[in-house]
Design a protein around this ligand. Sequence first.
Ligand SMILES: NC(=O)c1ccc[n+]([C@@H]2O[C@H](COP(=O)([O-])OP(=O)(O)OC[C@H]3O[C@@H](n4cnc5c(N)ncnc54)[C@H](O)[C@@H]3O)[C@@H](O)[C@H]2O)c1
Length: 338
Amino acid sequence: MRVLVTGGAGYIGSHTTLALLEQGHDVLVVDDLSNSSRESLARVAELTGRTADFVEANVRDANALESAFASFRPDAVIHFAGWKAVGESTQVPLTYYRENVGSTLTLLETMARHDCHTIVFSSSATVYGELSEPPFTEDAPTGATNPYGRTKHMVEQILADVAAADDQLRVGVLRYFNPIGAHESGRIGEDPKGIPNNLLPFVAQVAAGRREKLMVFGDDYPTPDGTGTRDYIHVVDLAAGHLAALDFLTEHDGYHVWNLGTGRPNSVLEVVNAFGEAAGMEIPYQIVARRPGDVASSYADVSRAHAELGWQAHKSVADACADTFRWQSANPNGYAQD
Ligand SMILES: NC(=O)c1ccc[n+]([C@@H]2O[C@H](COP(=O)([O-])OP(=O)(O)OC[C@H]3O[C@@H](n4cnc5c(N)ncnc54)[C@H](O)[C@@H]3O)[C@@H](O)[C@H]2O)c1
């Protein structure tokens, strides 16, 4: 299959591009490199012995997208491109609506012009908001609590509307829980710019001595050890979920939503301890006040992805910590050193 991957130079996109190339698919990455570097794709080529085509462009750039579709003629699109920092989205909401919602409109219009009828979209468990208790099934009520989450929720609704109006369209919405880890080679991984927003990259930087200690936001939640619990999904398992969704969509039309998680909650302190074991050291941390907007617990009901896609997570938090430590140790400055 010929797959156009938006945001394919990024964290999840690079791991999925690798999996696509390994499975024999042809890939064109469209990425504006606003949060990534081409080095990730150079390393994907080194690991797979195959090269993804690359166009440096914003997905909102209709002319660039038009010529990418005309020359590559994709059978399907995986749409990762977007901005993803919850805190930042409350500061610059218009940027989030433009980059996340605007880019999707341009993409869907270009797909329609080029008879490309299959799209897999990166959504997020953040769409479940605070309206129900975990484990979340895909039918749980949705309603995000911040601009980032609302962009994801809006794009889901746009995709559902477009699929209802166009019976050729095949849409797979993947609601990721908390992606962590790195490829086991240690050659590709998460390379956040500035202060990491997510737990594992932050812990990894503490272990590497780049940050003094981890702040743990709250230890008085109604969870076994009082710290928040999340469903941490290894990025290599997540990448495999995209291939399973593409496979499903070759056989089924319409609009489909799947949770991608492990179905198991792990607490902040469990992750900190697992990383300490992988790194052979104690991770210094300090308990501070709860962070506004954080929920006590979020984890997936993964039965639909298992039943419909034949997909499930195989890797553990310990695997993810070992892989992140390997990536971080070999690349203390991410991709920047090359
Ligand atoms: N990492 C997570 O915790 C997480 C959780 C749930 C959902 N998601 C979603 O998954 C997707 C991928 O996330 P990631 O962690 O790999 O992030 P990332 O920032 O590493 O990757 C996103 C990529 O898209 C590119 N990009 C951003 N806006 C663009 C635009 N308008 N045009 C072209 N390229 C653009 C960036 O340069 C980057 O390479 C995002 O849509 C994100 O919202 C991520």
